[in-house]
Design a protein around this ligand. Structure first.
Ligand code: ACO
Length: 372
């Protein structure tokens, strides 16, 4: 029988899968994705190269990349039923992340018999289309048809705004999408693996994963993190504002991590990308304010939660970078999903190939001697 000593609340430290996708070293703040250091791959690869790397454990050659890019581009348009469902949902003013979860569930339409590779390509290709189409519908505007000439990241920005983005904006978004493409056995990835481990399908897996990502303890933090910076407004207000939050027992969004006990390496990469973007064409004062909020938050967290090593996580600079790219706060978590979906699917492939039904045990703590 399972004993209480085996119980790991939150499965902390439990090894539940083998993966070639990414390695997270929380003690030294290192992240390797597909064999490459995050700092290198995030800023160099296109989003298409990253998806190919995650699914095939190697980068594509130029011909493979061109074909892969073409196949993804052709799969961008949504099934008519998905689009009309999003139109109805927009009437209800449902948040974008919920609309993505609802839309994601329809992606099996017309693809019941598709090969796993084809289905995965359709899912990755259509995630940005769902988000952009829904976001425009919510604003009373017509969705913009995907531009098949543009790459995955550029087309996402184009479908949101109707304008072709600059090279710097595309690089900024690709750096973001690559940075969040995979991250060990995080909650949403675990969700996806649990679902396919039962023999269920990849559309069910990514739909469940969107639901897991949505929570503020996972992918729901960047919107509130940016709101916090705006509410603080000036560097001198950071300390009293953050102290008040901590005194009242609130968590500071964008700080703390289950695995990282030092600064999240993704914060480094995204902070540098945000700085490049803001320095070239943006609100440098906002970037400076965010830096000083970060510094104050980290030192107050050390004061209020000594020994917990609460440092900046990926979400703080996600917020700044995506804001710099002109994205509305409501798009932050859905854009995280647009980046992470390639990783979820890579884990689905691994789980389907090698995995065993994921089925942990529980300890019964209820009564045993009741009579009817
Ligand atoms: N602000 C204030 N206190 C915090 C924070 C924070 N951001 N994070 C953790 N703590 C405190 C907890 O209250 C707890 O204090 P206690 O021991 O006095 O009760 C202690 O630090 C340890 O926290 P845990 O809950 O054990 O840490 P856990 O590993 O479960 O949580 C998590 C990690 C959920 C990310 C947490 O740090 C948090 O809530 N952060 C804020 C939300 C956030 O930024 N989410 C995005 C995470 S990154 C990602 O998923 C992509």
């Amino acid at each position: 029988m399972t004993t209480i000593s085996e119980y790991r609340p939150g499965l902390e430290g439990v090894v539940a899968a083998e993966t070639r996708m990414s390695r997270v070293n929380g003690q030294i703040g290192e992240l390797i994705i597909g064999g490459y250091a995050l700092e290198e791959i995030a800023t160099k690869a296109t989003a298409e190269e990253m998806a190919f790397l995650l699914w095939h454990d190697r980068l594509p050659n130029p011909a493979e990349l061109a074909e892969f890019r073409q196949r993804l581009a052709e799969k961008r348009p949504l099934p008519p039923a998905t689009l009309s469902l999003l139109e109805s949902v927009a009437q209800e003013k449902v948040p974008v992340m919920d609309a993505l979860r609802i839309g994601a569930g329809t992606l099996s339409l017309g693809l019941d018999e598709a090969e796993p590779q084809d289905l995965a390509e359709a899912i990755v290709a259509r995630f940005p289309t769902i988000v952009a189409a829904y976001w425009r519908l919510l604003d009373g505007q017509q969705p913009i048809k995907p531009d098949l000439e543009l790459g995955h990241a550029a087309n996402y920005l184009y479908m949101l705004t109707g304008e072709r983005p600059s090279a710097a904006q595309v690089r900024g978004l690709e750096t973001y999408l690559n940075t969040v493409s995979d991250h060990g056995l995080n909650a949403s990835t675990f969700t996806a693996r649990v679902i396919v481990s039962t023999g269920s399908d990849m559309v069910s897996a990514i739909t469940g994963a969107v639901g897991a990502l949505k929570g503020p303890l996972h992918g729901g933090a960047p919107g509130p993190a940016l709101d916090m910076v705006f509410e603080i407004g000036s560097a001198d207000r950071a300390e009293p504002y953050l102290r008040e939050k901590l005194e009242s027992g609130e968590r500071l969004m964008g700080f703390g991590h289950r695995v990282y006990k030092v600064r999240d390496p993704r914060a480094e990469v995204l902070g540098a990308a945000a700085e490049r973007l803001f320095a070239a064409d943006g609100d440098m004062a906002l970037y400076e304010l965010a830096k000083s909020v970060e510094e104050t938050a980290v030192s107050l967290l050390a004061e209020y939660k000594p020994g917990r090593n609460l440092q900046t996580n990926v979400e703080f600079y996600t917020a700044l970078l995506l804001h710099g790219l002109g994205l509305d706060t409501s798009l932050f978590s859905p854009t995280f999903a647009v980046g992470r979906v390639a990783g979820w699917l890579g884990h689905c492939f691994e789980q389907m190939e090698n995995g065993r039904l994921i089925r942990p045990t529980s300890i019964y703590i209820g009564e045993t001697d009741r009579t009817w």
